[in-house]
Design a protein around this ligand. Structure first.
Ligand SMILES: Nc1ncnc2c1ncn2[C@@H]1O[C@H](COP(=O)(O)OP(=O)(O)O)[C@@H](O)[C@H]1O
Ligand SMILES: [Mg+2]
Length: 271
């Protein structure tokens, strides 16, 4: 089955981190919706096969529909919410049961996520990566060699070290890191003051170490967690929120500033 993402114009963003709990899935979900709100056609793959959380965060309650199940090549139509179509391991595993699939089965499953799904031609395919350099990361890199890796980190230097592993992963599998997003950067209290609960500077430091831009900083906002818990992403639920404004700005930087430049080769100029 051909993989439609090898040679189309879809930009592929792999959202990675060195460890769980830094807000990778929250960032993936809100960034996907923020890109859709800019008018882009957005697809998402929840490739965090052990810690899948995108169906809940995006508010997708049904799995894919299978069209023409008797045909030689039955295709799945991905469900969508807030303008983002999604395929997740969560649709094929029960939430109360650990996914015990091993490497080769996961590899096959991920391949089917890309090839047996009626994706159309999205402007962006955004992938919630599992932490680390395991089989899944290698499979994704193999199936999506054009993926641009965005590393999510928290502000403290220790987390930054962990996130750096994600960058090494990207190098190992030969994907380009294009930027860093710092999450949980501060908490703004009722007095209007921003408190840097987890320290400061980790995102900037990591960005400098990787020689890529810091794409933005997302504050710690209780409504962001609540929106993730009930499938109402904060960028939709409260677009004026400081965190939503940050996601909109990050989406713009990715869509505009990091857009592939038209290659200008003077040798090809017709004189
Ligand atoms: N900026 C934020 N403000 C408030 N809560 C957040 C923020 N980012 C993440 N969280 C919460 O932290 C927890 C872990 O986030 P999650 O996105 O699941 O992380 P990961 O995918 O890296 O494991 C979730 O409960 C999520 O709602
Ligand atoms: Mg996650």
């Amino acid at each position: 089955m051909p993989n439609p993402f090898t040679d189309n114009n879809t930009r592929i963003l792999a959202i990675a981190s060195g460890k769980g709990g830094v807000g990778k899935s929250s960032v993936t979900t809100n960034l996907a919706v923020a890109l859709a709100r800019r008018g882009a056609k957005v697809a998402a793959v929840d490739a965090d096969v052990w810690g899948f959380s995108m169906p809940r965060m995006l508010g997708v309650h049904e799995g894919p529909q299978v069209v023409d199940p008797d045909s030689e090549r039955p295709l799945m139509v991905p469900p969508s919410a807030h303008g983002v179509s999604l395929i997740s391991m969560g649709f094929f595993a029960r939430e109360d049961q650990p996914v015990v699939w091993r490497g080769p089965m996961l590899h096959k499953a991920l391949e089917q996520f890309l090839t047996d799904v009626e994706w159309g031609t999205p402007d962006f395919l955004i992938v919630d990566m599992p932490p680390g350099t395991g089989d899944v990361s290698l499979s994704i890199a193999q199936f999506l060699p054009r993926a641009e890796v965005v590393v999510v980190t928290t502000p403290q230097p220790a987390a930054q070290k962990v996130a750096q592993r994600a960058a090494f992963m990207a190098k190992k599998v030969n994907l380009a890191v294009v930027g860093v997003i710092e999450n949980m950067s501060w908490f703004r209290a009722d007095d209007g003051k921003a408190y840097e609960l987890f320290g400061a500077g980790g995102g900037q430091e990591l960005a400098e170490a990787l020689e890529v831009p810091l794409l933005g900083q997302v504050p710690l906002v209780p409504a962001l967690r609540e929106g993730g818990d009930d499938g109402n992403p904060i960028v939709v639920a409260d677009p004026q929120n400081e965190a939503s404004v940050a996601f909109a700005a990050i989406a713009e930087r990715i869509a505009v500033d990091l857009a592939p430049k038209r290659i200008y080769r003077p040798a090809l100029r017709i004189t």
